[in-house]
Design a protein around this ligand. Structure first.
Ligand code: PA5
Length: 476
């Protein structure tokens, strides 16, 4: 029986959320939230959960049901078995929500730095995620790989994104040059089931395809084939990942605010916003969890940063997500967080049990200044530093909270990803914005199409060029 089927084990892997230092009692009346304010959010939570329950399902908020997609899991695992041992390298081409989740899973759940190991020691393909079109990154990456031993996974929900499709054309030509018609067996397309250029090409050329269900937007797609296919190919336990997400679904559907971690953090961030605390820093004290904070940056920014409210009012709101890493950024950012403008909330992410302890050896005789370190461990050190930083921030009146992972594994990672998605969905209801559109991103995409000469965008190209011409560049 897999361990995640054991209720006791699941409960032992629950991620706890400590919000003590967000409260007025801890950081002062003007900086923190009161119990009365939280009481007032109870009703709004209940109404918000009703909205989510009504909208949940394949026709609307399909991301909410991703933990339960048994058929997709079978399909993905069957493909992983089919290509087991065939490829040394997996190259993911995608951007935004079609890349950040894959990187987050890779960093969280594969041994750090294991791409540098020899294939015998690694015993799985390497995974590269190219989420930019910088030629100085894309071209050397291809030159380093062998087309015969590489699988290119092209991920784009729309099937048309300029960066991804440019990368696709380059990668396809690179494969064809060496493999001819067999190039098609080295390409996988993960995209909309019916629409977009990539779907059409993939079907015409016979690539293996996986569908991103309609109703699952880019930044909510990590638990769809977008994340599952690359994860399964490199040996991540996707069943356990989804079991963790299903567990979070239970925790985050609870109607009592003080027992629902996602809703509690959404409420705290929402209540902090009018106090001017509009920057949410996520600061994991774990190298494995660093890229989850990067993934969350997109989720929080694109979902909540909006011009219009759902009531049709111009609001131009949105908390700004920032990524920091403990302890590294204690030596870079903490000075600002501690003494700079009181506009931030620090969301620490802690790990109780690391896979390694990292014992610190005793110092040599005569090395009194560092002798205190001997006998401790790196695991202890990283956690003590986080606690000390939280204490100091609280003393300085800076609100902070902590997500506590018992340990980092597929179950807790799946749990955290889903919990953050729920936090975002609930926060959007509190802020009264649409979490699922991104008109600002589309505006940039359309301008790029116009400048690159895509048919249908001629008028916009003329408009852009004449506006640019009317405003001569000021360059020193
Ligand atoms: O969340 C979103 O919808 C966006 O950030 C997209 O993920 C990003 O723009 C990439 O789009 P696509 O997956 O269509 O290539």
């Amino acid at each position: 029986m897999p361990r995640y089927e054991d209720a006791e084990w699941r409960d032992s892997m629950r991620i706890r959320f400590d919000y003590t230092n967000m409260l007025a009692d801890a950081v002062g009346k003007n900086r923190g939230t009161t119990e009365d304010e939280l009481d007032q959010m109870e009703f709004r939570l209940s109404a918000g959960l009703d909205v989510l329950r009504r909208r949940r399902g394949p026709k609307d908020l399909a991301w909410m049901d991703l933990p339960y997609q048994q058929e997709t899991v079978e399909e993905v695992l069957a493909y992983a078995r089919e290509v087991d041992g065939v490829f040394d390298d997996i190259l993911v081409l995608g951007i935004g929500g079609s890349a950040l989740g894959v990187t987050a899973l890779k960093t969280a759940l594969l041994p750090l730095g294991s791409d540098y190991l020899s294939p015998e020691r690694r015993r799985r393909p390497r995974l590269f995620v190219l989420d930019n079109v910088d030629p100085d990154w894309v071209m050397p990456t291809l030159q380093m790989l062998d087309p015969e031993r590489t699988l290119c996974i092209v991920i784009t929900k729309s099937g048309n994104t300029v960066e991804t499709m440019a990368q696709f054309l380059i990668a396809r030509a690179w494969l064809r040059e060496k493999l001819g018609d067999a190039a098609a067996c080295h390409l996988v397309a993960i995209t909309d089931p019916a629409r977009g250029a990539l779907r059409e090409i993939a079907e015409r050329e016979g690539y293996r395809t996986f569908a991103i269900p309609p109703g699952v937007g880019g930044r909510f797609s990590v638990l769809s084939p977008v994340g599952l296919v690359p994860a399964a190919l490199v040996g991540i336990d996707i069943r356990e990942l989804l079991a963790g997400a299903a567990y979070a679904d239970q925790l985050c559907s609870v109607r009592a605010l003080r027992r629902n971690p996602a809703a509690m953090n959404a409420a705290l961030q929402h209540l902090a916003y009018p106090r001017g605390q509009r920057i949410s820093v996520m600061m994991p004290y774990s190298q494995h969890l660093r890229d989850i904070a990067d993934w969350f940056r997109q989720l929080w920014a694109e979902s909540l940063g909006k011009q219009m409210s759902t009531l049709g009012k111009r609001v131009n709101l949105g908390p700004t997500p920032v990524l920091a890493l403990g302890t590294t950024d204690q030596h870079s950012q903490i000075q600002l967080y501690m003494e700079g403008p009181p506009d931030k909330i620090i969301n620490f992410v802690a790990v109780e049990r690391f896979a390694e302890e990292g014992p610190i050896p005793a110092a040599d005789p005569g090395e009194e200044e560092i002798a205190y370190l001997g006998g401790h461990t790196l695991a202890e050190l990283i956690n003590v530093e986080r606690e000390a930083t939280a204490i100091a921030l609280t003393k300085a009146g800076r609100p902070n909270c902590t997500h506590i992972f018992p340990e980092v594994n597929a179950f807790t990672v799946g749990q955290f990803l889903y919990m953050l998605e729920m936090q975002t969905a609930i926060a959007a209801l509190f802020f009264a914005v649409d979490a699922y559109d991104q008109p600002g991103v589309e505006a940039g995409k359309n301008a790029a199409y116009a400048l690159l000469g895509r048919p249908g965008y001629e008028e916009q190209a003329v408009e852009i060029r004449s506006a640019e011409a009317a405003r001569p560049r000021k360059i020193v």
